[in-house]
Design a protein around this ligand. Structure first.
Ligand code: CP3
Length: 321
């Protein structure tokens, strides 16, 4: 389980308190490695996901990023072209050196059979936070920016493509076995916009990463892509696709899993609900996908209030133990 996953674990909350701010924890390699390993130790998961955040990329491009308690991320918003002047044209790998160090430490500590996943946000999703300065219900500020000045928005996307590709390359070189590109806000785009702001930049990242790391394994997760997902997979060249919980499972099996392995798609709310409703939801996921290449996973991030007992019940059911 991933994506702001640690918060349901008391051992995460304890370390988080000790570290100070969220970014202090991310950039403390020793503690970040510990946080990465915590869920693997507790549950024996098959993979670990690097503890970091998608917003370290704007941070390493010179934008002020903070995480206010209870408020989520806050950035100094970029509302028009002039806002780019505050950004550096290239990502500062020195600022990210602790993240690469975290990967080296985790890799050294993980059992060899456990996969280590690195990640970044997709340019579109990262841009939505850079423009709005925070999460918003439908990321309207970035969409407005793109309507008002599409050429300027393309410039921002270009900066993010370069930055994200070189960030992923460094993660792979540091020891990540595969990397995942999170496009959390892909679902608010029209089909034309999806092609321009989601598929095209992701394809460029995939190409750039593989030029430097031949055979690099890349998972794409365009949340809310729905009927656009087969096209996303075909045109970006990702090796596997994350499925949110909203997608039609028969469609995903026939049009996506037939091409690449899929990962997903239990509704995080079903895990929170627990009981027989959760069991039925788990069975439906397994029934749909277990006949092909499949990684059981949530369809989005785990909710912080999820009881650990529900996670244990889910694992028993999935593993058949
Ligand atoms: O699961 C993990 O802990 C792995 C590391 C990870 C984090 N963020 C740590 C984190 C990963 C893979 C992410 C991805 C991420 N971050 C995404 C893409 C995936 C998704 O969930 O859609 C996005 C959009 C972000 C941006 C972000 N970071 C938001 C919106 C928030 C606030 C979330 C909320 O509900 O309050 C964060 C904070 C964050 N990132 C936390 C963690 C553990 C919580 C910080 C804390 O309170 O300790």
């Amino acid at each position: 389980m991933m994506r702001q996953a640690g918060r349901y674990l008391p051992e995460y909350r304890a370390l988080r308190e000790k570290a100070g701010s969220f970014l202090d924890l991310v950039f403390n390699s020793e503690l970040a490695a510990e946080v990465t390993l915590q869920p693997v130790r507790r549950f024996g998961f098959d993979a670990a996901i690097l503890f970091s955040d998608i917003l370290v990329v704007p941070h390493a491009l010179g934008q002020a990023v903070t995480f206010a308690a209870g408020e989520g991320p806050l950035l100094d918003p970029i509302t028009d072209r002039t806002g780019f002047e505050r950004l550096t044209s290239e990502i500062d790998h020195n600022a990210l050196a602790p993240v690469y160090e975290t990967i080296r430490r985790v890799k050294a500590d993980l059992p060899p059979a456990v996969t280590l996943l690195g990640f970044c946000g997709a340019p579109w999703t990262v841009a939505t936070y850079m423009v709005a300065g925070r999460g918003t219900p439908n990321q309207a500020p970035a969409r407005m920016f793109a309507y008002h000045d599409a050429a300027a928005f393309d410039v921002l996307m270009d900066v993010l493509v370069e930055a994200s590709a070189s960030y992923l390359v460094r993660q792979l070189q540091a020891g990540a076995d595969a990397v995942q590109i999170f496009d959390t806000w892909a679902g608010v785009l029209s089909p034309d916009q999806f092609a321009r702001w989601c598929i095209a930049p992701t394809r460029r990242i995939v190409t750039m990463v593989r030029l430097q790391v031949p055979g690099a394994k890349i998972i794409g997760f365009p949340r809310g892509a729905g009927s656009q997902l087969p096209r996303y997979v075909a045109e970006t060249g990702v090796d596997a696709a994350g499925l949110d919980w909203m997608i039609d499972r028969d469609f995903a099996r026939e049009r996506v899993q037939s091409a690449v392995p899929v990962q997903g798609n239990l509704d995080p709310l079903a895990l929170l609900a627990g009981g027989t409703a959760m069991d039925r939801a788990i069975d439906a996921v397994i029934e749909a996908f277990a006949g092909g290449p499949f990684i059981f996973n949530l369809g989005h991030g785990i909710l912080p209030e999820t009881p650990i007992a529900h996670v244990e019940q889910m694992l028993k059911r999935v593993r058949g133990s």
